[in-house]
Design a protein around this ligand. Structure first.
Ligand SMILES: [Zn+2]
Length: 496
């Protein structure tokens, strides 16, 4: 048995000015991994592709792995990058196989295609009309009909932060291997509702997504092969942005339809609870100070979330609004992770460890799609540490996968240790802090450019949490986003 396993993952923020060339799909640049290199990079990791490898090896299958391409979220994918990745997957399937297992995101927009995943699946079906195709999708999928039309079985993450990526690969992969063994006949139904759940209200530890995902697991316990609710990714101005669901049953399309509609009705009834109320930054800063004063030292940091500029939602990670407010407020014993500024990193590497520097930090990227120009800030401090920025995730999210912040410097202002990086990474793993010699548990304040994923590896440390509205293309204010292509009316942008 020959199984094609591939990965093509990108969450596209159509407002992001960060470009998405092919090199972004490879840790540390160059070409994405393939073949033996990809197998050894992902075998045994907490990823969907890792689960596919495990299932295929257990089945004694010959694995063909044409590409493992995974990029941090950013603007629309360059056509050349998409054609390279999709082309390698299509060529592998064209060479003949018994099954295809795909680790996709579900919210990929390219310069040409609004539905990157649907376009890939359409091309694969044109090559082979009958081969079983199993697909693992991110919970932030913006679902298009072509995905359901051409895939055989689909499973989406049931956790946010995403700590069940490998479990999702198992759910999709097992449905396909059961089909190959003649033990199951996947029947699928999908649907959506006109709603854009806010990312800050999507955590699966919080209601209403907690209950939605629990109902999915219950359906699987009751016999569904896979049941998934996708909360969607709203920072994408495309027709099908928003909430959707897909249910795969064993040979019962009517039941798949009924269960799918039940999930969608549940979500629609809870739509008001997916709306996020933005707190003014000045109030957040005052609350952070009060929380710290009420917290005995040693209990862990007050976490300040700069959620408008999260690179895992396509943020530039270089806006200085929240860090500037922290510096202006004179908060002490702060670690800030992180500011993306390769130029500042180069200057500090030249200055060397121990050097006192004054430089223009952050604010190098304009954001024309939301009418913002970059606002750098002059910062003085001592270069505390220089490193290559490479680390392996401890988990629980993306356990075992390699990450690269690129050349990285810790700039210590006396009050704030600022991690300055050259590649985008979201702080969701303790290993990112170990790599730069910072013990986040020992800090009074921890500023994170993150929305929900930080909870995976760091929530246990926090003595308090303050969500700080800064600036950036992950803005929590829907009024700033120009929803021109999204199907209208849609809640809560329009009255429904
Ligand atoms: Zn996601």
């Amino acid at each position: 048995m020959r199984v094609v396993i591939a990965q093509m993952k990108h969450e596209t923020n159509t407002y992001s000015p960060v470009p998405t060339p092919l090199s972004r799909f490879a840790t540390g640049g160059g070409l994405p991994l393939e073949g033996e290199a990809a197998l050894s990079a992902y075998r045994g990791t907490g990823s969907a592709i890792g689960a596919f490898i495990e299932l295929a090896e257990a089945a004694g299958a010959q694995i063909v792995l044409p590409v493992a391409a995974n990029a941090w979220p950013s603007g629309p994918v360059e056509d050349a990058a998409y054609e390279y990745i999709a082309g390698r997957i299509c060529a592998a399937v064209a060479a003949g196989c018994d099954a295809v297992l795909l680790d996709l995101h579900g919210a990929m927009v390219t310069r040409t295609h609004e539905d990157g995943e649907g376009e890939l699946l359409r091309r694969l079906r044109a090559i082979d009309a009958t081969v079983p195709i199993g697909v693992a999708l991110d919970m932030h999928t913006n679902f298009y009909p072509a995905i359901a039309e051409h895939a055989t079985a689909i499973a989406g993450y049931q956790t946010y932060p995403h700590i069940d990526m490998d479990g999702t690969g198992m759910r999709a992969g097992r449905a396909i291997f059961a089909l190959l063994a003649g033990k199951a006949r996947p029947a699928m139904a999908w649907g959506n509702r006109p709603m854009l759940p806010h990312v800050m209200r999507q955590g699966s530890d919080d209601s209403p997504n907690r209950e939605l995902q629990a109902r999915c697991r219950e359906m699987e316990a009751q016999g569904a092969l896979c049941a998934s609710v996708f909360v969607g990714f709203p920072n994408a101005d495309i027709a099908n942005a928003g909430l959707s669901a897909v249910v795969v049953t064993d040979g019962d399309p009517a039941l798949a339809r009924r269960w799918c509609d039940e999930l969608l009705d549940m979500a629609w009834s809870a739509r008001a609870a997916f709306v996020y109320q933005v707190e003014p930054l000045a109030e957040s800063m005052a609350r952070a100070r009060a929380l710290a004063e009420a917290t005995p030292p040693g209990r862990g940091p007050i976490v300040l979330l700069d959620h408008s500029d999260n690179c895992a939602s396509g943020g530039t990670m270089d806006t200085m609004t929240v860090l500037g407010a922290i510096l202006d407020a004179g908060l002490t014993d702060v670690a800030a992770f992180a500011i993306f500024d390769p130029d500042a990193v180069r200057q500090m590497i030249v200055a060397g460890v121990g050097a006192q520097v004054t430089l223009s930090l952050g604010g190098k990227l304009d954001m024309p799609a939301i009418g913002l120009t970059g606002q750098p800030r002059t910062v003085s401090g001592r270069v505390r540490l220089i490193c290559d920025g490479v680390y392996r995730n401890r988990g629980p999210m993306a356990r075992g996968e390699m990450n690269s912040m690129g050349p990285t410097v810790v700039l210590d202002t006396g009050n704030v240790e600022i991690v300055v990086i050259s590649n985008h990474v979201e702080p969701h793993d303790l290993a990112a802090f170990v790599a730069v010699g910072i013990d986040p548990a020992a800090k009074r304040f921890l500023m994170l450019k993150s929305r929900i994923h930080w909870r995976a590896g760091l929530r246990g440390l926090a003595a308090g949490i303050v969500e700080c509205a800064g600036t950036g293309v992950c803005t929590s204010d829907y009024r700033v986003l120009d929803f021109r292509r999204v199907r209208r009316p849609i809640y809560p942008v329009d009255p429904l």
